[in-house]
Design a binder for this molecule. Structure first.
Ligand code: NAG
Ligand code: NAG
Ligand code: NAG
Ligand code: NAG
Ligand code: NAG
Length: 509
């Protein structure tokens, strides 16, 4: 009798744990099904007329970008990301490295103001802090070589002090020029000799603290820097002249570059350090190789790799990848080249440049609810003379305040005649000045306002000019920002299923 009781009690307990186990398995499976594989993107905000952050967050979610990388802790951007389900990497600009390296106290303040408060008050899912942005780029000389590592240590200490040591990891986004190969193939990879010791300290620190190394890889820049670069090696569709490294044949520069880093890490004892690809993409304008055809080819090839979950020959586990970038930024420095303002998968206003299959045949969806200025353009007056001596000055004036990078040789508006060229410049100025009264009158009576879209129609032009758009800017003065507090449908389904399962579980008893 006594024994029988004990027996049935044991069976009950076992049943209980079995049910909990089944419930857990169901929830884990459900979670896997409802959260699609991670797709990351960089959200840069160097624009004269940035999209409102709430519209951008909806754009991210609609297109399945569940990870975003920011270059600074912009409060408006972070607030909009609150409770969105999007994971965030917050960047620390290079000019903050010196103060953050100077004292832990500064780092604590930075973490408090730019990380902790957004996590606790706004529910922002911050996963990484990126300390600096390509601080060892050769172009920067040695400006940041003494401050990056101490800043990294101080930020890590501050995160631990804030109780975020487990939740938020540090990383350093580095340019691919921190490593090189002296044999010309990936297996010869090692860190640049002038910063080898420094990279070792950083890599060891990241390894000790569970942080990944972040690298930016730009096949477009390989092509831009070297006109003899084999163009098919930049893409993912095979090449007639692969780079042969022992038993491995590399058919694209992305894999070759990435594996050069893996070799460099392995050679120095950190062969399993996690790597994130922090920036990768292709610009659509500002250079003859920066066009929609190539950008689509490159990004689609990359997305196909991501959805197939493939890594590289040397490291088969696929890295997390952040596309560069989300939208065009018309106030970025063009010191690297005119293409610098045209890296967006979307135009500045969230309009689609070209279609992409994001996996599962999901296509890109444009931003919704964007408010524009009036449908008005400033163009060269019909009766104005192209030989007018004031014309060059007027164009220069317009282009010194507005973005004229689409007018260059080989760019989307590079094929315009002189008159349309001037019109483009005048209009960019007019739009950048928010169509303000008088802003179309700065050009020595050579300009006039029109309500007829002056964009050249694609049928009139060759390939390079068919994408020439006479833009109307975003209305940044009087847009409505209605933040939709509703949870996503996936989250709702998840919550509903959880309740259902718990009910079933309780009824069972
Ligand atoms: C971050 O925190 C610092 C205080 O340490 C503050 O000065 C700064 O403006 C904040 N925001 C950004 C974007 O860094
Ligand atoms: C970095 O530190 C070294 C050694 O203290 C010093 O010689 C060098 O000038 C410093 N570089 C910069 C850019 O501050
Ligand atoms: C995607 O669409 C193509 C053509 O419409 C179809 O052949 C393919 O099976 C689809 N793939 C998926 C995963 O739905
Ligand atoms: C158009 O304007 C740009 C910017 O001022 C200039 O570089 C280019 O040479 C011009 N092209 C023509 C055809 O006038
Ligand atoms: C523009 O034209 C008006 C008259 O048509 C003239 O009074 C004015 O001086 C002109 N302005 C410039 C900058 O040429």
């Amino acid at each position: 009798m006594h024994e029988h009781h004990l027996h049935s009690l044991l069976i009950h307990i076992m049943k209980y744990f079995y049910n909990i186990f089944v419930l857990w398995i169901l929830l884990v499976t459900l979670d896997k099904c409802l959260t699609t594989e991670g797709l990351g993107v960089n959200w840069g905000t160097r624009a004269s007329h940035p999209l409102p952050p709430d519209i951008v967050v909806k754009l991210l979610k609609e297109n399945g970008f569940n990870k975003v990388k920011l270059f600074e802790a912009d409060p408006g951007v972070l607030k909009a990301l609150g409770r969105s389900g999007v994971q965030v990497m917050v960047g620390i600009p290079n000019d903050l490295l010196a103060p953050l390296s100077a004292s832990v106290r500064n780092a604590e303040q930075w973490v408090q103001q730019n990380v902790s408060s957004f996590i606790s008050k706004n529910g922002v899912d911050i996963r990484y802090v990126a300390v600096g942005n390509e601080p060892f780029l050769k172009d920067y000389k040695d400006t940041f070589v003494n401050t990056t590592y101490p800043a990294l240590q101080n930020v890590q200490a501050a995160l631990i002090k804030a109780g975020l040591g487990r939740q938020v990891k540090v990383t350093v986004p580095i340019n691919a020029d921190v490593y090189e190969t002296d044999t010309g193939v990936p297996s010869g990879g090692n860190f640049r000799s002038d910063i080898h010791g420094l990279m070792m300290k950083i890599v060891k620190f990241l390894s000790d603290n569970g942080g990944p190394l972040t690298i930016n890889i730009y096949p477009f820049l390989s092509l831009y820097a070297d006109p003899h670069f084999p163009i098919d090696f930049a893409f993912f569709s095979g090449t007639s002249s692969p780079v042969v490294d022992g038993s491995i044949s590399y058919t694209n520069v992305f894999e070759a570059n990435y594996d050069t880093l893996v070799w460099a890490l392995e050679k120095n004892g950190f062969g399993s350090l996690p790597i994130i690809v922090g920036e990768i993409g292709w610009p659509t304008d500002g250079d003859s190789n920066a066009n929609i055809e190539y950008a689509k080819k490159f990004n689609q090839g990359l997305l196909d790799r991501i959805s197939r979950g493939i890594g590289t020959p040397k490291r088969p586990t696929p890295p997390d990848i952040y596309l560069f970038g989300l939208v065009d930024e018309d106030t970025k420095s063009i010191q690297p080249g005119n293409f610098e303002r045209h890296w967006g998968v979307f135009y500045y206003d969230g309009a689609i440049k070209y279609q992409l299959n994001l996996g599962n045949n999901q296509s890109l969806k444009a931003a919704k609810g964007v408010r524009y200025l009036a449908r008005k353009w400033c163009v060269m007056a019909p009766n104005a003379n192209v030989m007018d001596p004031n014309l060059p000055d007027s164009i220069n004036y317009a282009c010194s305040y507005a973005d004229c990078t689409s007018l260059g040789y080989g760019s989307s508006c590079g094929g315009l005649d002189v008159k349309s060229n001037a019109s483009y410049a005048f209009n960019m100025y007019y739009q950048t000045m928010n169509q303000q009264k008088g802003s179309c009158e700065r050009f020595h009576n050579l300009s006039v306002i029109t309500t007829i879209d002056p964009s050249p129609s694609s049928s009139n032009f060759g390939r390079t000019s068919s994408n020439c758009r006479f833009e109307i800017m975003i209305d940044v003065g009087r847009h409505e920002t209605r933040v939709n507090p509703g949870t996503s449908s996936a989250t709702k389904i998840k919550h509903f299923s959880l309740v259902l399962l718990v009910l079933v579980f309780m009824l069972h008893y």
